[in-house]
Write a protein that binds this ligand. Structure first.
Ligand SMILES: C[S@@+](CC[C@H](N)C(=O)[O-])C[C@H]1O[C@@H](n2cnc3c(N)ncnc32)[C@H](O)[C@@H]1O
Length: 387
């Protein structure tokens, strides 16, 4: 495989790392109290299940997760629902599932996810549901994504969570908008995807002409992603959303964004931890690819990567401790989760408990709080009090 193909593949590696990190805790936590320990996953843009080189796609991974969950001391009954539009991929997915899904409850539908979603939501009624939407073209309209949350919520209701990759096409959206002859029908289709035409203004505010710089395009993209997450959150009546900027290195622009929405604070915490670990594994993968064909290919890339990670950790802890200090100055106790927008901001899904611990200790050493994170497991929810 060439470096180019590996780098291209690396974008998928990240999504898979995060899914791999998160699927088990989701099944474990939400299936603990669910009816018959049932838990459902919908993979709306499933792909072939495994790629030509044998690598796991989301299909094979979810089947593996279902087997793992079934082997726990208190087994979870994971029910998988796949939808795939391309007949060739659906056929491949059926082969993969026939070989690797023995004993697992799964459905495979061919065609458009929009068509099948209502039926799949019905089959997951009353049990926890995680939906993964990873299109390579335009995603289904925001209204349809939000419909996933049209089920009972509140305390004790089964978990409802969505992970989407929205951005594969944002750059193209912007291009259509600032072209000399924007095609209204295409713009209208994007309006549907975004749940209204608000995105046009959001984009043009940051990126008014087609000759805009890369920085302007990146800012426009970020603004649309944030706007989308906000709308999804409002429509879903959720506990919150994470918008995760996927950067191979801290000094590079995001390659894409993932949006995670949940109605449960536990979901935010657990996904935040998983995303951070997934991103770390992905940066490592990226560093290894980047070293290929260079002097560092002998393995010394790992040392350089470890050093780079230590620099990142230090920067993040400093940023977090500065932000926590600002929040403490407001005079009332708070948890990082409660003020996630202010404390995490662009670090959502990037940092995790270990960084919080160091940041709180730093603020404590500066005398700004007496709150001691020692021995505390959930640092997202720890109330940090001004001293
Ligand atoms: C990025 S790939 C999916 C990768 C896969 N989820 C994974 O993680 O391994 C997107 C897939 O969505 C399929 N697709 C595109 N539009 C679709 C639609 N409207 N409904 C269902 N599948 C669709 C494509 O054929 C393609 O296989």
């Amino acid at each position: 495989m060439t470096n180019f193909h590996k780098a291209k593949k690396s974008a998928a590696v990240l999504k898979h790392e995060i899914l791999d990190q998160y699927a088990s805790p989701f099944a474990s936590k939400t299936g603990f109290n669910s009816v018959d320990h049932r838990v459902a996953f919908i993979d709306g843009y499933a792909g072939p299940g495994r790629y030509d080189d044998g690598e796991e796609g989301s299909g094979a991974m979810l089947l593996r997760k279902a087997h793992e969950s079934a082997s726990w001391a208190t087994p979870r009954q994971v029910e998988l629902h796949f939808v795939e539009k391309e007949p060739e991929f659906t056929a491949r997915l059926r082969e993969v599932a026939a070989a690797e899904g023995v004993g697992i409850s799964f459905t495979i539908d061919d065609g458009d996810v929009s068509k099948h979603l209502p039926k799949l939501l019905k089959s997951a009624e009353g049990i926890p549901l995680f939906t993964y939407l990873d299109p390579c073209g335009l995603i289904i309209p925001l209204d349809e994504v939000a419909s996933i949350f049209d089920r009972p919520g509140g305390r004790g209701a089964p978990a409802t969570e969505v992970l989407i990759n929205l951005t594969a096409h944002l750059r193209r959206f912007g291009g259509i908008l600032t072209s000399d002859n924007p095609i209204e029908a295409s713009l209208k289709r994007i309006d549907e995807v975004c749940g209204g035409d608000w995105w046009r203004e959001a984009w043009l505010k940051e990126c008014p002409t087609k000759n805009a710089s890369d920085d302007q395009k990146a800012a426009a993209e970020a603004a649309v992603v944030e706007g989308y997450a906000k709308r999804l959150s409002t429509r879903a009546g959720t506990a919150g959303t994470w918008v995760i900027a996927v950067r191979p290195r801290s000094d590079l622009k995001p390659l894409y964004y993932l949006i995670f929405a949940t109605r449960h604070p536990d979901g935010l915490v657990t996904f935040g931890e998983s995303a951070s670990l997934g991103l770390k594994a992905w940066r490592k993968y990226h560093a290894e690819i980047a070293a290929e064909g260079t002097l560092f290919a002998d393995g010394s890339w790992e040392e350089a990567w470890t050093e780079q990670e230590a620099i990142l950790d230090k920067q993040w802890v400093e940023t977090l401790s500065d932000r926590i200090t600002v929040e403490l100055a407001k005079g009332t106790p708070f948890s990082i989760l409660e003020r996630a927008g202010d404390v995490l901001g662009d670090l959502a899904g990037v940092v995790r408990g270990t960084h919080f611990r160091k940041a709180i200790n730093k603020v404590r050493a500066d005398g700004k709080t007496a709150t001691d994170p020692k021995g505390v497991k959930d640092l997202w929810s720890l109330r940090i009090k001004p001293s």
